[in-house]
Design a protein around this ligand. Structure first.
Ligand code: ITT
Length: 211
């Protein structure tokens, strides 16, 4: 098995600690880098060419997150962090759920996924447009999961695409307490309450406790 010098190792005195994310989604990498701050270097699978594509065969965010973290951690030394996330719409039986990235079919765009959710929810009044973003982070080393962290943000679906900020379903999701979507709100506001930031806060505590 090919391994590589550690992405998520303890740094030498003057180096930043590094976290390797088991993702090829640059939006996730950017958000996690912003939330962890400049003191940590966040890299992802796009920067480590030998890393395999991990098939997401699980039926829950937790299963898929563990699959990605464990699968990638077999090819590097040190810990690996994976993020499995998505949108659950109550009126659609919690779809798109784990299929959020591929809801409109393999290789589809964020715009196609968003359009399909809006089409399926057409005519539904606000009272039944409840939805949430969920994120499960898994941290693994040598093929074994060490911990998982779960974050959720509740909201309702907009009736049309609103704003151009964020990524994925952000332009159609309005978090509780706001009339604007994550596509209209600043990234600071999104990060103050998002599913990913809530899961990441737990990971940070865990990471700090390891010393
Ligand atoms: P990796 O598996 O390589 O990490 P992916 O994009 O395929 O990338 P997921 O299987 O976890 O990752 O699918 C996540 C999808 O859920 C993502 O593509 C978006 O469509 C949606 N999503 C997750 N977090 C989101 C957020 O903060 N804002 C908007 N949409 C989000």
């Amino acid at each position: 098995m090919e391994t590589e010098n550690n992405p998520s190792a303890k740094p030498s005195q003057h180096e930043k600690p590094e976290i390797l994310l088991a993702t090829r989604n640059k939006h996730k990498t950017r958000e996690i880098q912003t939330m962890l701050g400049e003191g940590v270097l966040v890299t992802d699978a796009t920067q480590h060419e030998h890393l395999p594509e991990i098939e997401e065969t699980g039926t829950t965010f937790e299963e898929n997150s563990k699959l990605k973290a464990e699968g990638i951690s077999l090819h590097v030394s040190g810990i690996v962090l994976a993020d499995d996330s998505g949108l659950e719409v109550d009126a659609l039986g919690k779809e798109p759920g784990v299929y959020s990235a591929r809801y409109a079919g393999p290789g589809c765009t964020d715009e196609e996924n968003t359009a399909l959710v809006l089409k399926r929810m057409k005519g539904f009044p606000d009272e039944v447009r409840t939805a949430r973003f969920r994120c499960v982070l898994a941290v693994a080393e040598n093929g074994v999961t060490l911990a998982t962290f779960d974050g959720t943000v509740e909201g309702i679906l907009a009736h049309e695409v609103r704003g151009v900020g964020g990524f994925g379903y952000d332009p159609i999701f309005m978090p509780i307490g706001y009339k604007e979507s994550f596509g209209e709100l600043s990234s600071e506001i999104k990060h103050s309450m998002s599913h990913r930031s809530r899961a990441l806060a737990q990971f940070r505590e865990w990471w700090a406790s390891r010393g």
